[in-house]
Design a binder for this molecule. Structure first.
Ligand code: NAP
Ligand code: ZN
Ligand code: ZN
Length: 346
């Protein structure tokens, strides 16, 4: 099937209109007409070569929602017309211990990502959601409940699950004190989800003008990180930090806001490495860890949780021709709080 898309031909070129063929429908495939696709900062890191160069045209996009238009003959779970989602993965080995425990993102053979990944046939190269259609193995397609605002659901497929997963893993509940670093696409979802789980949220931001928004989104406290003095009232107060900053930063001032044994979870993947002193880890027996998206079972759970609690992303809907401008604005932190592409405009 010929599809329209937007692609970066190299890390130094802007994204431009591009056409290619999606694969023929296999027995376990679902064919999806895409309606909306969010712009994650990972798309930007990839397309701009922050994480390394690439030689195939890069069609980013892993916050995909749309409708089923055809299914392979073995597919039982999905019917034509249903609303569905696709996140960051489209395949994994299915046999390793991590796949068997529903953590396909940590597949020991390597998960196949929705774009810029080589498939298990060792020759096909994945292309993502900045396109009109996508063909995905049924196991990697998520159900979306009826009647939801699909443009605002799209960002849940990455920004939603990536923040939901560590909040659940580290047991956030009523009364937990959660810090969120960076008020962007992931950060604004982290605030909404942590609040829905009953936590008190403190936002750490480089942008003083975001304070009102942070409070409207549900944060109790707002710390402007440019001045280290602003950290002092929060010393040893927090249980958990969700770190979504997309640029390198020193972890030490944030670690000092954790109570004994508290946990700082890295989510952002900056282009540059960070140097920091280990003192704050040692002095408070604190943990510094990371997390990668979430498995399919947990992603479905998150989508159902958000549908029940009416938690959706705050989005700015754009046309395909505005993608390059949206990239620039996201890098500047000028987005409230996720750009979403209307797939009718490819
Ligand atoms: P985003 O919308 O651009 O938000 C990132 C935020 O980081 C910015 O809004 C800004 O917030 C903050 N920031 C920027 N520069 C900073 C600096 N120098 N120091 C501290 N904070 C800074 O990006 P996103 O889509 O939420 O993605 C965030 C990061 O997570 C990206 O690196 C992305 O690749 C990564 N990611 C990882 C996973 C995973 O599975 N681990 C999944 C998705 C995305 P303030 O203006 O409030 O400071
Ligand atoms: Zn993402
Ligand atoms: Zn596996």
């Amino acid at each position: 099937m010929k599809v329209k898309a937007y692609a970066a031909k190299s890390p130094s070129s802007p994204l431009e209109p591009y056409e290619f063929d999606r694969r023929e429908t296999k027995a376990d495939d679902v064919v999806i007409q895409i309606q909306f696709c969010g712009i994650c900062h990972s798309d930007i890191h990839t397309a701009l070569g922050d994480w390394g160069s690439f030689s195939h045209p890069c069609v980013p996009g892993h916050e995909i929602v749309g409708h089923v238009i055809a299914v392979g003959k073995k597919v039982k779970k999905f019917k034509v017309g249903e609303a569905v989602g696709v996140g960051c993965m489209v395949d994994s080995c299915g046999k390793c211990e991590n796949c068997k425990s529903n953590e396909e993102q940590y597949c020991t053979k390597g998960a196949v990502y929705t774009y810029q990944s080589t498939e298990y046939d060792k020759k096909s190269y994945t292309k993502g959601g900045y396109s009109t259609h996508i063909v995905v193995k049924d196991k990697f397609v998520l159900k979306i409940k009826k009647g939801l605002p699909l443009d605002r659901v799209a960002p849940l497929l990455c920004a939603g699950i990536t923040t939901y997963s560590p909040l659940k893993r580290y047991g956030v509940k009523k009364g937990s004190k959660v810090g969120v670093i960076g008020l962007g696409g992931l950060g604004h979802m982290a605030i909404k989800l942590a609040r829905a789980m009953g936590a008190e949220v403190t936002v750490f931001s480089t942008s003083p003008e975001k304070e009102m928004d942070a409070k409207k989104l549900g944060a109790k406290n707002f710390v402007v990180t440019r001045d280290l003095k602003n950290f002092l009232p929060f010393s040893k107060k927090l249980d958990l930090i969700i770190d979504t900053a997309s640029a390198a930063h020193d972890y030490a001032p944030y670690l000092n806001t954790l109570r004994l044994g508290g946990t700082h979870v890295l989510i952002g993947v900056p282009a540059d490495p960070t140097q920091f002193r280990g003192g704050p880890l040692i002095q408070g027996r604190r943990n510094l860890t990371g997390t990668l998206i979430g498995g399919l079972k947990e992603t479905q759970k998150m989508l159902d949780f958000c549908a029940d609690k009416k938690i959706f992303a705050d989005v700015e809907l754009i046309k395909a021709e505005q993608i390059n401008e949206a990239y620039k604005r996201t890098i500047k932190g000028d987005v409230k709080y996720r750009f979403v592409i209307d797939a009718k405009t490819f």
